[in-house]
Design a protein around this ligand. Structure first.
Ligand code: KG4
Ligand code: ZN
Length: 394
């Protein structure tokens, strides 16, 4: 079975091809076009700008994913005739004429790739961005007559620990799933989300047991980095600064919001505000001051995330912890959570670094688990698939 995964939920345009045969999974391609450079000027993602970039990048990214995957296309005269007769209907899936024209030109000149499903993120995410991926996936499903799988981006993040790194690396998915003792607590930390999710069965049912009341953990990294003048995305910039030699740094103490609260919710805006005031008070912003601030901010965020995850795992009698989302690329978070899990007798899982931030492969793997939700490629059925910017995992 071959699944194409598409994600355009935030600032990465990504398409991936995943193959699963006899329980063995391989990522044939995972192409990510990042808009980081563009948004770094503004210190955050601008949805309308991001949408335009997705429109520009989605077809080239898709073509590259198909090419790199090396999935032999088929010349199917019947479908070719069908496409020729429906050019207007296909173009009707797009909001932008230029993209519609380019898509039609591609689809009429190329073979139909050997895929069984098209999986696309429908939410949560930025509404204008989500629509670009959804419209593209619908047009493709309709043209190639392939079933469409609407995917929750958060579920993709949670399942991303299953993805093997490297184009030729196989993983036995059944065996890997057996390694995960149930139930599970997942910590999902990204630019838009900070959630603790309980699950008795992966790929089926989830319950959010705690989430952020204001800023997400990644957003907190991004905002603090902006205050300190460290650029965007903030997470990697802060951890790079925090890792620099700081033997002569002054000691800075920042709050750990809600670390002792009796629930599993988070709040990071107070931490950002504390950094803001501290920064305003500090006249001389020396290199050592920036390093100390970066170090303490990173530590504060991680302390809260780790403490709450372990408490939740204990209360809910979880046997495994899964870390995921863009912030899961943070080395200190990975090491701290792993260590605390070991101390508390919990199994710990994390995605390969390539699959920590947004990517199409995580959408494809979620599609594998959600095959029963496939939408047949009929125009009326496809039309009902909409963007769900605030979609919750359940
Ligand atoms: O999951 P993701 O790629 O996009 C969303 O769905 O939001 O996450 C992006 C977030 C950004 O806020 C970025 O600063 C953060 O992940 N991030 C990191 C690191 N790499 C990315 N945060 C901390 N440490 C990192 N190494
Ligand atoms: Zn994400």
């Amino acid at each position: 079975m071959v699944i194409l995964g598409i994600d355009t939920s935030c600032d990465e345009t990504s398409t991936s091809v995943l193959k699963i045969k006899d329980g063995k999974l391989i990522v044939l391609s995972n192409i990510v076009s990042s808009q980081v450079k563009l948004h770094s000027k503004y210190g955050g993602v601008y949805p309308s700008l991001a949408k335009r970039e997705h429109q520009k990048n989605i077809l080239p990214v898709f073509k590259e994913a198909i090419k790199k995957a090396g999935i032999k296309g088929k010349e199917l005269p019947k479908i070719k005739k069908y496409i020729n007769n429906r050019e207007n209907e296909i173009a009707g899936f797009f909001k932008e004429k230029e993209l519609a024209d380019k898509f039609l030109s591609f689809i009429s000149k190329n073979k139909i790739a050997d895929i069984d499903y098209i999986a696309v993120t429908v939410g949560p995410g930025l509404d204008p961005c989500l629509w670009v991926g959804i419209n593209f996936a619908k047009a493709l499903a309709f043209s190639w007559q392939k079933p469409l799988l609407p995917i929750n981006h958060i579920e993709g993040h949670i399942l991303s620990f299953l993805l093997p790194k490297g184009r030729r690396k196989l993983i036995n998915i059944r065996k890997k799933l057996k390694e995960v003792n149930l139930p599970i607590i997942s910590l999902v930390v990204s630019g838009g989300h900070t959630e603790l999710v309980f699950s008795r069965e992966l790929g089926r049912k989830y319950k959010i047991i705690g989430e952020t009341r204001d800023d997400a953990a990644g957003e907190c990294f991004d905002k603090i980095a902006r205050i300190l003048g460290l650029g965007y995305p903030g997470g990697p910039a802060i951890s790079k600064k925090a890792a620099e030699d700081c033997r002569d740094c002054q000691k800075i103490t920042l709050p750990r919001p809600m670390i002792h609260s009796k629930n599993y919710d988070f709040s990071f805006s107070g931490l950002k505000t504390a950094v803001f005031y501290k920064n305003r008070e500090t006249e001389e912003k020396t290199e050592n001051y920036i390093r100390a601030m970066a170090r303490e901010s990173e530590k504060a965020i991680i302390d809260v995330l780790v403490k709450k995850t372990i408490s939740a795992a204990k209360e809910f009698k979880a046997k495994s912890v899964i870390l995921s989302g863009g912030v899961s690329a943070n080395k200190l978070l990975r090491a701290s959570l792993k260590k605390e899990c070991a101390k508390n007798g919990l199994l710990y899982f994390q995605p390969e670094l390539d699959f920590s931030t947004d990517n199409g492969a995580m959408v494809a793997i979620a599609g594998f688990f959600r095959r029963e939700n496939a939408i047949l490629p009929k125009k009326e059925k496809l039309k009902r698939i909409k963007s769900m910017p605030n979609l919750k995992i359940k």
